[in-house]
Write a new protein. Structure first.
Length: 386
């Protein structure tokens, strides 16, 4: 059944591609990603459990709702230009990054070294995931340098012809290093995807170049996975098993979810709002981003992008938030195609959520991060007159 659905999705992606014959069109990307994943699931040898109706039905609802709303929004007539180029604010951003990032890196490395060289990398990983229960370490306001460095890197990429090339490569190196120091495979991949999207809209990349970049990212992800499989705490996990865990396990793990309506509505989907309410004096339960492990049969805590919506609201939630995602990506893509500079960068920021949706959900579970991105982008726009 999953193989048949995979072929149907690839056919649907071809239809979506015909719409404007652009490879970043959400109508193409959405079914294409899942079509390829399902096809590989049935071809590549692995030990992951077979997919059940819960995931397959949710996936169909997700894709159909997404594409219906995205197609509707793409029919809007939009022609608006928005420039956010602001040399003064960009300069301030640059100096904030080159001053704050080295301090943050020094503090992180110093904290990780306290456990000794053998557990140094494990400590870095635990600090990044936030599950290091024995540590009271905090970067405080310096933690915002991660998001600032990423956005400044994207701004400098977009306005490459208008800024110092030296500054660009310094910021790029810092952004990459900040991603690498967390040992998070997806951080660096997401940054590279965002840069690729911007270059594509700038006309600096053709379709063949995107395929080459995509292949490079997959190879890079595989290399990082391989070396992490050699680490002492992951020595018993073979490389192919680790790779298949991230590629396929989320789908089977989704079939283990038990949806139950709870007294506190939308525990995962609305976790940001509950956290804000708690900061204002309420006492809601705020779910963690690090999800529990299940065995499929290998252990994984990856559940695909569908997890929070099905966990909180069942099939109705999958359909509803698929529609919301379709509107977000459809409207941003439409604005980006009209050469709206702010929309191009925003589309680049959220595009990895679409490309990597077989791993997990990011926008709602990490809404604070995306609001910070938006604020950092809007400051140069609204302060252009200073």
């Amino acid at each position: 059944m999953s193989l048949f659905i995979g072929f149907m999705l690839l056919l649907l992606s071809f239809i979506g591609y015909i719409y404007d014959k652009k490879i970043l069109n959400p109508l193409f990307i959405m079914p294409f990603i899942w079509g390829i994943i399902l096809l590989l699931f049935n071809i590549v040898p692995h030990n992951i459990y077979q997919l059940q109706s819960q995931f397959l039905l949710s996936l169909i609802l997700w894709i159909l709702s997404f594409m219906s709303v995205a197609f509707f929004t793409l029919s809007f007539k939009i022609n608006t230009q928005t420039s956010i180029f602001n040399p003064k604010i960009f300069t301030i951003y640059y100096y904030l990054v080159i001053i704050c990032a080295p301090i943050a890196i020094f503090l992180i490395v110093r904290e990780a070294l306290k456990v000794g060289p053998e557990l140094f990398f494990l400590k870095l990983r635990l600090m990044n995931t936030g599950i290091d229960e024995d540590s009271t370490f905090s970067l405080g306001p310096l933690a915002y340098v991660y998001n600032l460095a990423n956005i400044v890197c994207l701004l400098f990429t977009f306005y490459f012809d208008k800024i110092s090339k030296k500054r660009y490569y310094i910021v790029l190196a810092i952004a990459i290093f900040l991603s690498l120091i967390t040992l998070a495979r997806t951080s660096i991949v997401m940054l590279l995807i965002e840069i690729i999207v911007i270059l594509y809209f700038k006309g600096k990349l053709n379709k063949k170049a995107i395929v080459k970049f995509g292949t490079t990212i997959v190879v890079f992800l595989g290399i990082v996975t391989f070396f992490r499989s050699l680490a002492p705490w992951e020595k018993s996990v073979p490389f192919l098993e680790t790779f298949s865990t991230y590629l396929f396990a989320g789908m089977s793990a989704f079939d283990t979810i038990n949806h139950q309506y709870e007294l506190q509505t939308g525990n995962y989907t609305f976790r940001f709002f509950y956290a804000v309410a708690n900061a204002l004096g309420s006492s809601y339960e705020v779910k963690q981003n690090i999800l529990p492990y299940v065995y499929v049969p290998i252990p994984t805590n990856v559940y695909t992008i569908l997890y929070p919506f099905y966990k909180d609201f069942g099939y109705l939630g999958v359909f509803t938030f698929g529609s919301i995602y379709g509107f977000i990506f459809g409207i941003l893509y439409k604005f980006a195609n009209s050469k709206n500079e702010l929309a191009i960068i925003l589309f680049a920021i959220v595009f990895p959520c679409l490309a990597l949706q077989f791993m997990g959900e990011n926008i709602f579970l990490n809404l604070s991060t995306y609001l910070q991105y938006l604020i950092i982008l809007l400051i140069p726009y609204y302060l252009k007159r200073i």
